[in-house]
Design a binder for this molecule. Structure first.
Ligand code: HEM
Ligand SMILES: CC(C)=CCC/C(C)=C/CC/C(C)=C/COP(=O)(O)OP(=O)(O)O
Length: 315
């Protein structure tokens, strides 16, 4: 893991599985950082935040550390493993897309075999932590998230249908339920509501980026919505999903799960999101799609932080 390698343009053109061994490349980036990178750390951090909030909302008081620590670690490890598998499966298309061409696998800085071993180790440790120290329900549900993302979405849906991310989005939406089942061992309707929130948020989150990166996806024949149905149609879908997200965001207040603080936060965040989606559809500038994508991340993060604040400040 301590081997240092260099990144020259030559590495990019190699196409065998032994790229990292066969090329002498140098990079200022240590190897552990390359492994860290294939876990999609920032995506997984937000996923874990939603799991943490799901966990905290399941009980009125504090969560015992004996459950919280193995649960968060297990969800983190299995999500990271699924991201690493996504990097392994997608390395050929990643090599051809501008956004992803510098990733460690297409660049040969990590070999396929080493990435497989890495993902397997993370998976086994993560699953064991959840199964032994949390509960089997959470372990199996988290594993279904891994299979949903790295097998069903990445290997099949992504290449098969422009609805890939609406269906595949379920895997990314499941963490709040995982947090909840960690402490209660049951599937509660309120946890499913949190899943629905992330599920409805995913299409505007991703399609905003897909508009910006449309040509990348077209180049590698990935049937993302802007490629198959055009940019205008995608913008309409984004706008409709942000309206739907607005409505879904009100439900936690309407069913008495959260109180006025959450309602206030949800309304403000969704008005802003709707504003971005409106601008994207009717008055877009060069950077509006990327601004919408970036705001989607802030939106989900703040929405879940506010859910948490509401839960503890206004019990
Ligand atoms: C099928 C569902 C999803 C798709 C297709 C998707 C797609 C993407 C893509 C393509 C990127 C850009 C990554 C990059 O440039 O490296 C991204 C970034 C991001 N996504 Fe998603 N996403 C999905 C679900 C989620 C979920 C459920 C979360 C969290 C709860 C999430 C959080 C993030 C974050 C935080 C980033 C920014 C990462 C960074 O700055 O490096 N995404 N997403
Ligand atoms: C166990 C569990 C809960 C798993 C969580 C699944 C997970 C990590 C979801 C993240 C979704 C995501 C970033 C999709 C993008 O994949 P992409 O291949 O379309 O994007 P890319 O081109 O950037 O690789």
């Amino acid at each position: 893991m301590s081997k240092t390698i260099t990144d020259t343009g030559a590495a990019k053109s190699l196409s065998t599985d032994n790229r990292a061994e066969s090329v002498s490349v140098s990079s200022s980036v240590p190897l552990w950082r390359e492994y860290y990178e294939i876990t999609k750390p920032r995506v997984v951090a937000l996923l874990v935040l939603t799991a943490l909030v799901g966990m905290c909302l399941a009980l009125p008081g504090a969560i015992p550390a004996s459950i919280m620590v193995p649960s968060i670690a297990g969800i983190w490890l299995l999500s990271s493993a699924s991201a690493a598998i996504n990097h392994i499966v997608d390395q050929q298309i990643d090599a051809k897309m501008a956004r992803t061409s510098k990733r460690p696998l297409p660049n040969g800085r990590i070999t396929t075999n080493n990435a497989i071993v890495f993902a397997a180790i993370l998976s086994v440790i993560g699953f064991t932590l959840l199964y032994v120290w949390v509960n089997p329900l959470t372990a199996w549900l988290t594993l279904s998230g891994l299979v949903g993302y790295s097998v069903i979405y990445t290997m099949y849906l992504k290449r098969a249908t422009p609805q890939n991310i609406t269906i595949g989005g379920l895997a990314g939406a499941i963490p709040p339920l995982l947090g909840w089942t960690s402490v209660t061992n049951e599937i509660h309707p309120h946890a499913l509501l949190l899943v629905l929130l992330v599920f409805t948020w995913t299409p505007p989150h991703f399609w905003a980026l897909a508009i910006h990166r449309r040509d990348d996806y077209a180049k590698v024949n990935i049937p993302m919505l802007p490629v198959t149905h055009g940019i205008n149609f995608t913008k309409t879908q984004i706008l409709l999903y942000t309206v739907l997200l607005f409505i879904v965001s009100l439900i936690p207040y309407l069913v008495g799960m959260s109180s006025w603080l959450y309602l206030l936060g949800a309304v403000v965040l969704n008005v802003i999101f709707l504003g971005y989606a409106w601008k994207l559809k009717f008055n877009a500038e060069q950077d509006t799609a990327m601004q919408t994508f970036r705001f989607s991340i802030v939106h989900l993060m703040l929405l879940f932080v506010i859910l948490l604040a509401d839960h503890y400040l206004l019990p």
